[in-house]
Write a protein that binds this ligand. Structure first.
Ligand code: ADP
Ligand code: MG
Length: 256
């Protein structure tokens, strides 16, 4: 059975896409059958996986509105080794069209369910909003991974996300849990970051992943080559952190 995780945070630029692409590639390297779902009309996870978002015949948009099956939409990321349901600007239209469709929050869940046996892990890259697309991500998942930077305002944004997750759990998806908080773009030389990191650990305990992803320019350079960071430069500190995170996830799913 596939374990499905939504990578969410309503703030932009906090490392959701970087986390999805690198975790997917790291899980593949660790022998896990992995599917990445790009739920952001910006299509960054698609491009970062080496798939050209401008040349898609079918995208996750077609899947959500019922114009294609998962099998018709999925392509392989040659650079990352995992499968991907790619996205581009078409997906922005789904937001409006979904409102008039039956079961509008559960379209992704229903589509994934039929292919459950094909994967060990499914990762969903959410857009930076608490929109109908993110709702589809949260309804389709068993758990949420929240990447965050250790800065003052990070904690403020977290409470909105946690409340949304609680509401989805209560009303739409009883399986949904917060799997953990992942500290990303971490710079241990900055005192405030150390303080926020310690605060997270004392407040959230083992909901904070042990792996910490440092700020690392190689991770930021990789997408321009259409490669996951863990493939682009596997010796870099950022790549090694995502490999460690993948192994932590493989351990963690045994307990959930
Ligand atoms: P989101 O998907 O949440 O909007 P991204 O993953 O696109 O965030 O990251 C935002 C920017 O930060 C991108 O330019 C990305 O390359 C860069 N970035 C992400 N993680 C790191 C990191 N650990 N070190 C350095 N740059 C990073
Ligand atoms: Mg993104």
């Amino acid at each position: 059975m596939a374990r499905i995780f939504c990578v969410a945070n309503q703030k932009g630029g906090v490392g959701k896409t970087t986390t999805c692409v690198n975790l997917a590639a790291a899980l593949h390297l660790a022998g896990q059958r992995t599917l990445l779902v790009d739920l952001d009309p910006q299509g960054n996870a698609t491009m970062g996986s080496g798939v050209d978002k401008r040349a898609l015949e079918k995208s996750v948009y077609h899947l959500l509105v019922g114009l294609a099956t998962l099998d018709e939409v999925r392509v392989k990321s040659e650079s990352g080794g995992y499968d991907i349901l790619p996205a581009n600007r078409d997906l922005a239209g789904a937001e409006v069209e979904l409102v008039n469709l039956d079961n509008r929050e559960k379209r992704l869940r229903d589509a994934l369910r039929a292919f459950d046996a094909d994967y060990d892990f499914v990762l969903i890259d959410c857009p930076p909003s608490l929109s109908m697309l993110t709702l589809n991500g949260l309804c389709g998942a068993h758990g949420v991974i929240i990447p965050m930077q250790c800065e003052y305002y990070a904690l403020e944004g977290l409470s909105d996300l946690v409340n949304t997750i609680k509401k989805v759990h209560a009303n739409l998806n009883r399986e949904l849990k917060i799997i953990g908080l992942l500290r990303v773009m971490f710079d241990p030389r900055v005192t405030l970051q150390q303080q926020v990191s310690a605060q997270l650990e004392s407040h959230f305990g083992d909901k904070v992943f042990r792996a910490i992803v440092p700020r690392n320019v190689r991770l930021a350079e990789a997408p321009s080559h259409g490669l996951p960071g863990v493939v682009f430069d596997k010796a870099a500190k950022g790549a090694q952190a995502y490999m460690a995170f993948a192994h932590e996830m493989i351990e963690r799913i045994k307990t959930i």
